[in-house]
Design a protein around this ligand. Structure first.
Ligand code: GCW
Length: 645
């Protein structure tokens, strides 16, 4: 086929299998794949009303296994579970599974011309040159998604421009339907991103004011046309009033006005309107220390809680800024108890090494999911909220996808574990990072030593990446625009609201009530905890506080020494991680091994660059030397002091 079906490659489809057109055909193919994995067992399946729609039970009795599903999709998920068990463990045991999040969705930032915004794995396999691509890869993609329980996908970029604005018109709808049918055969619903200003750009109106009846009429007619052609469409995803995209603010209207107008057009067809909360002022003056981008989403949306239509879901990025290596959880999860919420994370490694660095994000996502919001008297974790525990309407979990048309789908072989892990967590947030890493390694590699090494590499990778990049939750410090590699002041005097404000004495933005007031957006006791550096989690210390380099951390080190130590140690830990993989060279297929080593080479040189730039910058800035006298590029030893010596 010219490309690899990564973690399912050992669940071989029947010889000559063609893209399934219905879910029944998919089940038949996957049952054969299952049979091929274990042909001495009898596999049977049944759809039963006794189970929730997407749920399944596997009941194993000696040599017979019954797969019961609440629907055909439930059965399919059960079959994938059995395949997984067989590949990873060699046996299958009885299980009973129900998905946690109702919506388990990928967001692709693919443009109609075939480029991918923040794509690190080649070009789009959905679009090329203004056309929709539908081929075997479409179905392989759906297979991979369905195998981890992903049930929704948005194929076009949230920045909807040019041709993509026309996806909801006759120009594309025939092909959109074909695409939707391909996905439906795997239980996946297609969603589209729409251009909020479509009423102007394709509707010929002079406005996209949500309260203007002609605008609502435009959308009603557009949606009617879309559903006449593509009845299975899940709905729309919208980025409005964000980074130059149009939105209701232009007309002095609220985010709720905009979202509700579109939601009403979708409601008669059962469509869902997903509206992003990534709204902030991206034309800030760096001189103005009173504006804090971190506050923006909550400031805009919290006053609107309870004012959204039932078929609106607000999609909230995990942190208040933008997919940095580590951010505190968005306070919107504390303050929107009357609104359907969806969590958005980024599997595409925009700020986490761009799929050149190994960075398994599941441990970070787990922290977000486990986060207690204190917004409810019980079941108040983010994972409860996005599972719809407190709401009737749709809720869920979305990841910005990290795929492209590279042979291995994700550029870095290890990055596939983030795609895989996202799906597994959306299905079952209680799975541990260790379980997910071991599952993925077990599915992807055959040798048990390799599986162990890979699991270890994945689990260590996030902490290592964190240690050699921007310290203690402060974020950014990367090169502007493309966001790869270190540049401490890259965003310091820019318009994006992303400042560290380092001086010769201190670093950080005071986001307590004495500063920008961001900490007060959280429920108690969180607000109080974040108010004080001593009770703020160390990994987010510089997100909330401005502190002197001599501040003593809970680990007994000064802030500056901690920066030096983590940066030196991070690179050394990375080196030893690479050595672990080198040690199993002969046990990994050569092509994969070569690819992995190439990426490690890039990661190592980039990690060193991060280490030296960060250490040197803060050494020169603070005039404080490294107590351990390691190599830092201070201009002159005479410039430095060594406190306590
Ligand atoms: O992280 C930023 C990216 C933009 C992206 C934006 C968003 C799609 O740098 O490329 O645009 O977030 O999430 O909308």
């Amino acid at each position: 086929m010219g490309y690899e079906s990564i973690w399912l490659k050992r669940a071989a489809l029947p010889e000559g299998a063609t893209a399934p057109k219905t879910i029944a055909e998919t089940i038949a193919q996957e049952l054969t794949a299952l049979q091929n994995l274990r042909d001495d067992m009898i596999w049977a399946y049944l759809v039963t009303d006794a189970l929730p729609e997407e749920g399944y039970d596997i009941v194993v009795n000696d040599r017979k296994a019954d797969i019961l599903g609440g629907s055909a999709v439930g059965v399919l998920y059960g079959i994938y579970d059995a395949q997984r068990q067989l590949i990873v463990n060699g046996t299958v045991v009885s299980v009973s599974e129900r998905p946690a999040c109702p919506l388990r969705m990928l967001n692709h930032w693919d443009n109609a011309d075939g480029s991918i915004e923040r794509g690190y794995s080649g070009r789009s396999f959905f679009f090329d040159d203004g056309k929709l691509l539908i081929d075997d890869r479409t179905s392989f993609y759906a297979r991979l998604c369905a195998s981890v329980g992903i049930n929704a996908t948005v194929i076009n970029n949230v920045n909807v421009r040019g041709d993509a604005t026309w996806l909801i018109t006759d120009r594309y709808l025939e092909r959109v339907r074909e695409m939707a049918d391909r996905f439906a055969a795997y239980g996946i619903r297609l969603y589209l991103c729409v251009n909020y200003a479509a009423s102007i750009e394709i509707g010929g109106l002079g406005t996209s004011d949500p309260l203007e009846p002609a605008v609502a009429e435009f959308w009603k007619a557009a949606v009617a046309k879309v559903y006449a052609k593509v009845p299975s469409l899940g709905g729309f995803l919208v980025k409005a009033d964000s980074e130059g995209r149009p939105g209701p603010h232009t007309y002095g209207r609220t985010q709720a006005d905009g979202a509700n107008m579109l939601a009403r057009a979708l409601a008669p067809y059962g469509g869902t309107l997903i509206w992003r909360c990534f709204v902030y002022n991206c034309a800030q003056d760096w001189r103005d220390t009173t504006i804090d981008r971190a506050c923006a989403a909550y400031d805009y949306f919290h006053p609107l809680d309870g004012m959204f239509e039932e078929n609106v879901v607000l999609q909230v990025k995990n942190g208040p800024l933008d997919f940095q290596v580590d951010e505190p959880v968005s306070p919107l999860f504390c303050g929107m108890t009357k609104t359907n919420l969806m969590l958005e994370v980024q599997a595409a490694q925009e700020y986490t090494g761009q799929q050149k660095h190994v960075c398994f994000l599941v441990p970070m996502w787990k922290d977000v999911l486990r986060f207690r919001t204190y917004a409810y008297s019980e079941h108040d974790r983010v994972e409860d909220i996005i599972s719809g525990t407190h709401r009737r309407g749709a809720c869920g979990f979305a990841a910005v996808a990290n795929t492209g048309n590279d042979e291995n789908w994700t550029g870095s072989d290890f990055a596939a574990a983030n795609w895989y892990g996202f799906g597994r967590l959306a299905w079952k947030p209680q799975l541990s990072a260790e379980e997910i890493a071991a599952e993925w390694a077990g599915l992807t590699f055959e040798d048990s030593t390799v599986r162990n090494v890979v699991t270890k590499v994945l689990l260590a990778s996030y902490g290592i990446y964190q240690s050699y990049t921007a310290p203690l939750g402060i974020g950014w410090m990367c090169n502007p625009n493309h966001h790869y590699g270190p540049n401490v002041d890259g965003y310091e005097y820019d318009r994006w609201g992303t400042y560290h404000r380092a001086s010769c004495k201190a670093i950080g933005v005071d986001r307590t009530t004495k500063g920008t007031g961001f900490s007060a957006q959280y429920s108690e006791p969180l607000a109080k905890l974040y108010e004080n550096p001593e009770t703020t989690p160390m990994k987010h210390l510089l997100f909330f506080h401005r502190l002197p380099y001599t501040y003593v951390l809970p680990n007994g080190k000064t802030l500056i020494q901690h920066i030096y130590d983590t940066h030196f140690e991070g690179v050394e830990e990375l080196r030893s991680l690479v050595e672990n993989v080198v040690a199993v060279q002969g046990m990994i297929p050569e092509k994969e091994y070569t690819r992995i080593m190439e990426r490690f080479g890039m990661q190592l040189s980039s990690a060193k660059e991060w280490r030296d730039r960060i250490n040197t910058y803060f050494c020169r800035m603070s005039g404080i030397g490294d107590a351990k006298r390691r190599k830092i590029y201070a201009v002159s030893e005479e410039d430095l002091v060594y406190p306590g010596e």
